[in-house]
Write a protein that binds this ligand. Structure first.
Ligand SMILES: *Cc1c(COP(=O)(O)O)cnc(C)c1O
Length: 540
């Protein structure tokens, strides 16, 4: 059994809220001061964790890890166990997130995170989030009549450039008292991703195809959250990567991978060292690795692997965190925005979760000679606010050398181009004797190819150390890059890697509403209110 911390509470990185329960932090999503929620303390591991956890299955590990962040008075252990079981029994492999060895000589491994319902790593977090939402709402509504006015209802709204949307839909489909609206830019996500989302026909799932770009979808999302009209009647929440429960869920697999390597006999925890290499966009996945490390998992380094949208890499090189939009011509003239790459789930201008790391670093660097814990938290929040204000008004900020030094203790970074991504997909496919799902070699998706490239660089500079590259999507989801990389491989046929679940999706009935960008906030609000009315009052 886990050693429960007395009572885990949550605070906002910008100092506006302290002492929140886990439930409040999860249901709110974003803090009212626009900060992000973090646990007030990163818990440390119980004394015998290394022995006690060594042979636990994924769900058991999940229970031990999450119990350190969620007080038993908030979610009783038996309910937490249920929530975990519901979330991870939807995965197609019993180990949920298996670790496979790609190259035993160079000690390069892959942590496969794509065995959930939508074939991408976001399922690990969004399956749990959906069941947490459901648990909280059932509890809040348990003594209310089935259709009564006073029932609490949650309206989840998200903007997606692909993966988040389908993972959120699969996490929330069919859940009582929850409606989900996902906006995506028409014609700008892959056909597979669009089919995955729009062929889910549960009544509470609403796909909105917005004529515009992903940024237009995000602008509409922000407008909706700030809109007094919709907010007086609906309780809105977001599943974008800001929700703290997503970070917590992702901690689990760092432990799972560590123990899996020990059990397979490849890794000796007494003498060997391990690095995790993470393909990063919004910094959520790797931030969970930082939490795992702070808890006490002996990770020697976390390596951030970016694509050509490299704001994180530039920060770790220079200490300057600056939006560098790429100017590109578009129908409307010039657009300053993200660069479109072969790994679209990592195409970002700024990384939302980086703010959480900044809080912890500011706390370490600027408060060591301050006594009261509350004062120390305030100082960290002030520093975060100062940086975020500069990011907003000037497009960036620069940190002091001691902040950069602190950031480099736990992390280093690598940038990987599209050309290198393609080379790695091809090279790895050609390697002999890899434990492979494909007919010949292992087939990487472009995001996983970015971490695999960075892992190879890491292996070269520090031979002997184990490198675990996180593999975040199934290659069938990103056929464009995979087919480009393997065009000359005679034995490769895309249909050989296409999972049966994704087969024939294209021809299923779809449910989607079109949103004209010219209709603005009023237009999208009207559509959402109408859809909600139809859903909740049972008219088809
Ligand atoms: C979201 C996503 C990422 C990036 O993860 P972050 O937590 O945003 O850093 C990488 N790969 C895939 C396939 C994703 O869907």
């Amino acid at each position: 059994m886990a050693s429960h911390t007395a009572s885990q509470r949550y605070l906002s990185t910008r100092g506006g809220s302290y002492g929140l329960s886990f439930e409040e932090a999860v249901l709110k999503g974003l803090a009212p001061d626009n900060g992000l929620f973090i646990p007030e303390e990163i818990p440390s591991l119980p004394p015998n964790w290394q022995n006690d956890w060594a042979n636990l299955p994924f769900e058991g590990l999940a229970f031990e890890v999450l119990s350190l962040y969620i007080s038993p008075t908030e979610i009783p252990p038996s309910s937490l166990m249920n929530i975990i079981h519901k979330s991870y029994s939807t995965f197609r492999v019993p180990s949920v997130t298996p670790t496979v060895t790609l190259d035993s000589d160079r000690k390069i491994h892959l942590l496969e995170l794509f065995h959930g319902p939508t074939f991408a790593f976001k399922d690990v977090a969004l399956q749990l989030l959906g069941n947490l939402f459901e648990f909280f709402l059932i509890r809040r509504n348990q003594n209310k009549s089935k259709t009564g006015e006073d029932r609490e209802h949650l309206t989840v709204i998200g903007a997606t450039s692909g993966d988040t949307g389908s993972a959120a839909i699969f996490g929330l489909r069919g859940k009582k008292d929850i409606s989900v609206f996902i906006m995506y830019p028409t014609g700008r996500i892959s056909q597979m991703q669009e089919a995955q989302m729009t062929t889910v026909t549960d009544k509470n799932v609403h796909c909105l195809s917005v004529d515009g770009t992903f940024d237009d979808c995000q602008d509409l999302l922000k407008d909706l959250f700030a809109d007094p009209l919709i907010n007086t009647t609906q309780r809105l929440t977001s599943v974008n990567s800001i929700n703290v429960s997503r970070i917590l869920a992702q901690i689990i697999y760092y432990f799972a991978s560590y123990f899996s390597l020990i059990r397979s006999g490849t890794f000796n925890p007494l003498t060997d060292h391990i690095r995790f290499v993470v393909p990063s966009g919004n910094f959520g996945n790797i931030l969970a690795g930082f939490f795992a490390k702070r808890m006490g998992l002996p990770i020697s380094k976390l390596i951030i692997a970016t694509n050509e949208n490299d704001i994180l890499h530039r920060f770790w090189q220079t200490g300057a965190y600056e939006k560098h939009g790429v100017q590109s011509a578009s129908a409307e003239g010039f657009n300053v925005g993200v660069k479109e790459t072969l790994s679209p789930a990592m195409d970002i201008l700024i990384s939302s979760n980086f703010e959480r790391l900044l809080w912890f670093i500011a706390y370490d660097v600027y408060t060591s000679n301050v006594d009261g814990i509350q004062e120390r938290r305030q100082i960290a929040a002030l520093k975060v606010k100062e940086w975020q204000t500069s990011l907003k008004t000037k497009g960036g900020f620069c940190v002091e050398q001691k902040v950069l030094d602190a950031a480099r203790v736990d992390f280093s970074s690598e940038r990987v181009s599209d050309a290198e991504t393609l080379v790695t997909i091809r090279d790895v496919y050609r390697w002999p004797n890899t434990g492979s799902p494909g007919p010949k070699g292992y087939v990487l998706d472009p995001h996983s190819a970015i971490s695999a490239t960075a892992a190879q660089r890491s292996a070269k500079t520090a031979p002997g150390i184990h490198n675990v590259a996180l593999s975040t999507a199934h290659p069938a989801k990103f056929s464009h890059a995979v087919e480009m990389a393997l065009a000359e491989e005679k034995e490769f046929q895309f249909k050989d890697i296409l999972p049966s679940q994704l087969l024939g999706l294209e021809s299923l009935p779809r449910r989607v509403k079109h949103v004209q960008r010219s209709g603005g906030l009023d237009g999208v609000r009207t559509i959402i209110m109408n859809e909600l009315e139809k859903e909740l009052n049972g008219t088809p």
